[in-house]
Design a protein around this ligand. Sequence first.
Ligand code: PMV
Length: 330
Amino acid sequence: MKATAIANSNIALVKYWGKRNEELILPYNSSISMTLDKLYTTTTVEFSKKYSKDELTIDGEKISGEELERVERQLNLIRRTAKVSEKAKIASASNFPKAAGLASSASAFAALTLAATKALDLHLPKKELSIIARQGSGSACRSIYGGFVEWQKGTLENGEDSYAMQVAPQNHWPELCMIVNVLTPKQKKIKSRAGMAQTIATSPLYKAWLETVESDLEKVRSGILEKKFPLLGQTAEMNALKMHSTMITTEPHIIYWEPETIVMMKEVMQLREEATECYFTIDGGPQVKVLCLEKDAKKIEKRFSEMKEVQKTFLCKTGGDAKLIDMELF
Ligand code: PMV
């Protein structure tokens, strides 16, 4: 009744922003992401009669309150599927700061889902894992897969057709890199769940955002499959700016950017002026992730790491599927 899994985080190239069903986590729009090899979460889960309640540690720290409740909800879903009632001990560790806009909940809920279902001997296909992971954190459904991944929004009310699928495998485009810049490891103030609800309720731009997503999905899909870097990069950068425009125009405004975020966006634009092709994307936090090709990656990473705004860089390529491992965290 014990298992450990490792899942990579993923960064969306066409973003998911807004739920049509809060309870089941069903999105208004489909999204496409790149799974990252260098950012990951490892999670060990053990179910046993010896535990009187669910116990959670993250990066060695005992967790209670809302974060624990979220994990308990996810475990309840898995316990119901396996028809067991044992409580669990969960230990989770990530190699990057959590809740700072680096998709820590994506890798965390993907690893938790895989480890917990295995610990209860539920050998589920990836589609089912993706559906369960989605209910922990929407973006987690994409971290079940490596490579490039599309989360199909689905149309059914029960969410059975809302899951992720691989667009292209991990080895499809080895030259494509994403440099993740950690600017400020502060935890974000507005969680994506609340941010999305506020955007739908108050941003006059939300409808316009939804109207352009289908065409962005098409461009990003073909950018990936045909390895057209400018098409992929330009579309992803514009898509992120459109999502942030919906956030900025909510009441009250949601501005995830810090001054360092803007400095970095300008730096990417400056690199392009110098004929170095690269494009940025930003999620629900201040961090700036930069798409580039391998031939330029080292040079760009060096330039970023010399900036006073940048605390740490991760030079990533496409990562693999979430998987079970032998190592245990306790
Ligand atoms: O899955 P959540 O609730 O962490 O939301 C993720 C939202 C964004 O990171 C902003 C976009 C995305 O598609 O990952």
